[in-house]
Ligand binder design. Structure first.
Ligand code: MN
Length: 298
């Protein structure tokens, strides 16, 4: 049995829900909207598709759905907004865009709702409990502090331990030092990112663009930006990959409940109405982003 899930807090708790509900050996792969098709293909190389596949917290497109259909049976549990296209009958689509988290969708599907409330808090950026705060911090800390080749192993261990023992394990003292180190690193990264914020008005649309030198989590950064009624907040991160060349990651948020799914779609991405993202191949300038906003909402 295979699980492909998003590498964020909601994805981890979705996978933990499945592992708790179905006591079998799972191979767990962490992926992202941008890499999903590749991830599905790499699991097919190991299985010939003669297996069951669960996909959590990442929406599909024609390509990824086509690849997943190689599996005998697929259960796809998600809460993003899907585009309209045909899905083969061996794929059981369980998608509820009204659900606050994919963990809740997975919980309702399996009858295990242990992690749904914490995932709801985190995925709607409405963290109120200490457990949600600490769990979110630990997931960010693993991704920021661990060497790249150890990140997925660490995320898997966290997922499996939570599935087995519950969320209480995040209070183990071994995480204290990690959280402390993360707080120092993230504080510096947030200050640096905030200093790049530029404000624009495109037609009637208020836009702010923030450049992120390193890939840092959006939520703690977004929460530090004063509410100035910005319709479209753009977080951009440019990276040169050895294999694929220049690549720009875009994340969109809003302070006015503005439909930022539209602009993500215009860049070939997706997500939710008020929180979305896209990955663009090649370098991308601020002028090009503003132009796309103008065309999309004009
Ligand atoms: Mn989610």
């Amino acid at each position: 049995m295979y699980i492909i899930t998003h590498h964020d807090a909601d994805g981890i708790l979705s996978a933990a829900t499945l592992m708790k509900a179905i006591p079998q050996k799972f191979w767990v792969y962490f992926s992202s909207p941008n890499r999903l098709t590749n991830t599905i293909c790499s699991t097919i190389l190991n299985t010939d598709g003669r297996d069951s596949l669960y996909i959590c917290d990442i929406s599909g497109n024609r390509k990824s759905v086509g690849c997943a259909a190689v599996y005998d049976r697929v259960v796809w549990l998600d809460h993003h907004v899907w585009e309209d296209f045909c899905v083969p009958e061996n794929i059981n689509l369980v998608v509820d865009p009204k659900s606050k988290s994919a963990t809740r969708v997975t919980g309702i599907h399996t009858g295990i709702l242990d992690f749904a409330e914490i995932a709801d808090e985190i995925d709607t950026n409405n963290v109120v409990t200490e457990t949600a705060e600490r769990f979110r911090t630990i997931t960010f800390a693993i991704k920021i502090l661990y060497p790249r080749q150890e990140v997925y192993r660490a995320l898997y261990d966290l997922t499996a331990t939570i599935a087995e023992k519950g969320l209480g394990v995040i209070y183990r003292p071994i995480f204290d030092e990690m959280v402390a180190r993360y707080n120092v690193v993230i504080e510096a990264a947030i200050s640096k990112a905030l200093s790049t914020k530029q404000d624009f008005t495109v037609g009637d649309t208020k836009v702010s663009i923030i450049s992120m030198p390193d890939s840092i989590p959006i939520a703690p950064l977004f929460n530090r930006i004063e509410n100035a009624g910005i319709d479209v907040l753009v977080f951009m991160n440019q990276r040169i990959d050895e294999s694929s060349g220049a690549r720009t990651k875009l994340e969109f948020r809003t302070q006015t409940e503005f439909d930022v799914l539209k602009i993500a779609r215009a860049f070939g991405g997706g997500g939710h109405l008020f929180a979305s993202g896209a990955t663009v191949t090649g370098p991308l300038g601020i002028e090009q982003i503003l132009e796309k906003i103008k065309v999309t909402y004009g």
